[in-house]
Design a protein around this ligand. Structure first.
Ligand code: ADP
Ligand code: GN1
Ligand code: MG
Length: 372
């Protein structure tokens, strides 16, 4: 693990970056990779920032497959933005070459590192502040789907098998509950019962996919709100990041994760559950943004937009709960019971989404009708 700046400098020296290393600091917002920002001073005095990221090989068993996907996706997006969209004003993610001609470097301890341009003038949000941000984020992830839709599916590797297979996530939780390897079950019994009572919905989207009603597309699969860079001045969504899970999937997974992370004003790990709320205007802005960007959505996709938020919130709640019971081996945690706290907010959100689903469905129906 990197503990000081000279270690960041050592990694940074592996990449083709002009100028002198000035300083580096860790960015702590993601749950998976180790991410650092490094500042370099060029010979003309200009300061440039870069992202250095170590792929979490506990989560991604084949980090080089992740790199092959990310290379393909970033190259394709750069080509498409310039040659098809003719949009040269925005910012896109770019990988910097490393020693040996690859787009990654091997660091101390064998870790696989990559270097991206820092998306300037932007920041990520843990909590959406206004409906413009919600609309913009959903529009950006919808447009992302359009950007990657013509990458041949066979060229993309499945970096985490069954990533959004909710029934398998449910089955895994039940195994961990049965084994209770850390004696934590007693502290999470109510949450486990809550999940069990919802077993009936876990396979709904996969069943629709298997029946041929929901199309498989190349999707982002991790569309939480802090995976899109938002302009600090204009609140415009500038660039989608965190491309490690780009794989064949359902657009409803992407929309569902947006709902999960954008509708509540409470942090994902909030301990005061009374702060978890469903802000309907945020849901409406998400639906408008996503539908404006994706005019290819079929009827079954549109009909399940509201349900997707509930399912993905349940799925991620299941994953946090299983990780808590397994001894916190997957998600980064910063305090005791952190994964349980996260699971609780997700399940509270599931409850609120259930209570309000008919209103959300009605809104989407009206929106879809107005567009026909
Ligand atoms: P993780 O998989 O751990 O979530 P991310 O790729 O999402 O890793 O990066 C973690 C955080 O680092 C992001 O939430 C964002 O704040 C910041 N970040 C990542 N890439 C960039 C970039 N190219 N420019 C600016 N900030 C970035
Ligand atoms: C992780 O990497 P990050 O923090 O953007 C996780 C997502 C979860 C999310 C929960 C590869 O996302 O699947 O939904 O945490 N990513 C991976 O906040 O497992
Ligand atoms: Mg992330």
């Amino acid at each position: 693990m990197i503990e000081n700046e000279s270690q960041i400098e050592e990694v940074a020296n592996e990449f083709a970056i002009a100028g002198e290393f000035i300083d580096g600091e860790e960015i702590d917002s993601g749950h998976i990779n180790a991410t650092f920002m490094g500042t370099f001073k060029r010979h003309d005095g200009a300061l440039n920032r870069y992202i250095f990221q170590r792929i979490n090989e506990n989560v991604f068993k084949d980090p080089l497959a992740v790199m092959r996907n990310v290379e393909m996706v970033t190259r394709h997006i750069n080509w498409k933005v310039m040659r098809v969209k003719r949009d040269i004003g925005g910012q896109t993610l770019n990988l910097y070459p490393a020693r040996g001609g690859r787009f990654y470097a091997t660091g101390a301890g064998g870790g696989i590192w990559r270097c991206y341009n820092f998306i300037e003038g932007c920041r990520t949000y843990e909590i959406v502040e206004n409906t413009r941000q919600a609309y913009q984020a959903a529009h950006a992830f919808g447009s992302f789907q359009d950007l990657v839709c013509d990458i041949p599916v066979a060229d993309i590797e499945e970096t985490i098998p069954d990533f959004h297979n909710t029934p398998k996530r449910y089955a895994r939780l039940m195994e961990v509950v049965a084994a209770d390897p850390h004696g934590r079950l007693a502290s999470a019994q109510a949450e486990v019962e809550f999940v069990k009572a919802r077993e009936g919905i876990v396979s709904r989207l996969i069943d629709l996919r298997d029946a041929g009603e929901l199309p498989e597309r190349i999707t982002h699969n991790d569309t939480k709100i802090n995976n899109v860079m938002i302009d600090t001045e204009s609140d415009e969504a500038v660039c989608v990041i965190d491309l490690d899970t780009v794989m064949p999937g359902l657009s409803l997974y992407d929309f569902g994760d947006l709902v999960r992370t954008a509708v509540s004003p409470a942090a994902e790990d909030e301990v005061d559950l009374s702060k978890v709320e469903l802000r309907m205007p945020m849901f409406e802005a998400l639906a408008e943004g996503y539908m404006d960007a994706c005019d290819c959505l079929c009827d079954a996709e549109i009909e399940n937009l509201a349900f997707a938020g509930r399912l993905i919130s349940l799925e991620i709640g299941i994953r946090f709960l299983a990780d808590y019971l397994e001894g916190d081996i997957y998600f980064k945690t910063h305090r005791d019971g952190h994964n349980l706290d996260r699971a609780r907010t997700q399940l509270k959100l599931v409850e609120l989404l259930e209570q309000n689903e008919s209103k959300m469905v009605e809104f989407v129906e009206r929106l879809a009708k107005a567009r026909r």
